[in-house]
Design a protein around this ligand. Structure first.
Ligand code: IMP
Length: 430
């Protein structure tokens, strides 16, 4: 049975929500394996629009098991706010359909404080984070001083964890001019949360392993995008987790052999939120037009996304690193009506041609994109459900992308509606 991992192959916001929803109908288990509530996945199902940040997309479908894996950083208050919001939209969420790994680290209010304080102190050098406390929470995880879900089950353990955590944070806060943490208040908040959160806690690795042996189909739902990866992204302008496909295994407690098909989600142009290098960024009318036609505003923070032409160099690179078997190309319709389209096919740095983005920041700062021009199309591709409904120039554009990124298109999405999809290869097929 092929399990599927979905990852964003650019800087996030590739339209993963719709594709994951489409696939989740065919899956039994849908698992988040990294990131936290910095993600923003929009699902359009019939008349209803669901906006998810932390919960796996499968939660809106009855009969599916949604899993939050240990690779995630979990803000329990944000979790229950999201559960309440979805319940108000008629989605039933209980321990029957939601499971959280007991070794998942928590995001606390002090992580959000630190995220904000650091960004403010950094001034122009800020990362442009979502302010959700993601980075500081991951730091505490690898610093071996985090509070994990299971720690809420025993007062003595919890007190010891809090001691360790505050010894670190109070020192940091003093340096940043912030007051020390009110220990009693934090402890009370966590003890109040414990009976709400603990019923969802499970040894996810075990449940997933049993599900796999029982022939259940698993969909691993990645968040953010490959170029925000902590190792392979445009460091330090990245998020603090591994956003590549390999994380699906360690972020849920399964071996790499559990992963069957890796589906990379790729937008037909490029966007990014926050600071950092962006070789094909357009600050002209074309960029403006992409932003308006593509409704490029962040789901989580409402920030305007930066827009640019399709960068085949970057997508080829991320597809290689994540071992992408096929891509889902989204938002092709946003390009309708452009007379000419450009695709970045290489970079020039100090007169030398590169076919990849080098790691050195000094080189990244000097990247000049080398473009290939392609004829646009005047017809609408919106809502197309077969290749026959696409103009010849649009098909040529898609084929050229496949060639340049060395990866085939498995799915093509032509509108936010779930049925406006052209399926080439079913990722779940054996
Ligand atoms: P953080 O994840 O909040 O630490 O933010 C680090 C960087 O990742 C910033 O540039 C954010 O804008 C970006 N980022 C985080 N989550 C997302 C996402 O879901 N979509 C797009 N960008 C994101």
């Amino acid at each position: 049975m092929a399990n599927v991992v979905v990852v964003g192959a650019q800087w996030g916001d590739e339209g993963k929500g719709k594709i994951v929803d489409w696939l989740s109908e065919r899956a039994d288990v849908i698992a988040r394996f990294q990131g936290g509530h910095n993600a923003g996945h929009t699902l359009v199902i019939g008349e209803k629009v669901f906006k998810l940040s932390l919960l796996p997309s499968g939660i809106v479908r009855p009969g599916k098991l949604a899993v939050i894996g240990n690779g995630v950083v979990l803000d329990p208050w944000a979790l229950f706010a999201e559960i309440d919001k979805l319940s108000g939209q008629g989605v039933e969420i209980s321990t029957e359909n939601l499971m959280i790994a007991e070794n998942t680290p928590l995001i606390l209010p002090l992580h959000q404080d630190l995220d904000r304080l650091r960004e403010e102190a950094a001034g122009k050098a800020k990362i442009g984070t979502t302010g959700r406390g993601i980075g500081p929470a991951y730091e505490d995880k690898v610093g071996r001083r985090t509070i994990r879900v299971s720690d809420l089950g025993d007062d003595e353990t919890l007190e010891a964890r809090i001691d360790r955590l505050l010894a670190h944070h109070d020192a940091l806060r003093a340096g940043l001019g912030a007051p020390a943490i009110d220990r009693a208040e934090l402890t009370a908040k966590l003890k109040e949360m414990a009976p709400k959160l603990l019923p969802y806690a499970q040894p996810v690795w075990k449940v997933m392993s049993e599900m796999r042996r029982g022939g259940k189909r698993i969909l691993f739902e990645g968040a953010q995008g490959s170029l925000l990866d902590i190792d392979f992204g445009t460091y330090p302008y990245v998020t603090s987790s591994t956003t590549m496909s390999g994380m699906a295994a360690t972020g849920t407690g399964m071996g790499p052999s559990a992963i069957g098909f890796v589906l990379g989600i790729v937008k037909a142009y490029t966007t990014r939120v926050g600071e950092g290098p962006f070789p094909t960024e357009l600050e002209d009318e074309d960029g403006q037009r992409l932003g308006e036609r593509g409704h490029e505003f962040g789901t989580v923070t409402g920030r305007k996304r930066r827009c640019g032409w399709f960068d085949a160099v970057l997508v080829r690179q991320t597809c290689a690193i994540s071992g992408v078997n096929g891509i889902a190309l989204t938002k092709l319709d946003v390009l309708d009506g452009f007379e000419t389209l450009k695709i970045c096919v290489g970079y020039e740095i100090d007169g030398v041609r590169y076919d990849y983005l080098p790691t050195a920041a000094a080189l990244q700062a000097k990247v000049k994109p080398i473009y290939e021009e392609m004829e646009g199309w005047s017809e609408s591709t919106q809502g197309a459900r077969s290749w026959a409904e696409l103009p010849a120039a649009a098909i040529k554009y898609v084929r050229r992308i496949e060639e340049l990124i060395q990866c085939p298109v498995a799915m093509l999405s032509t509108s936010p509606e779930r049925d406006d999809t052209i399926l080439v290869t079913d990722p779940f097929a054996d």
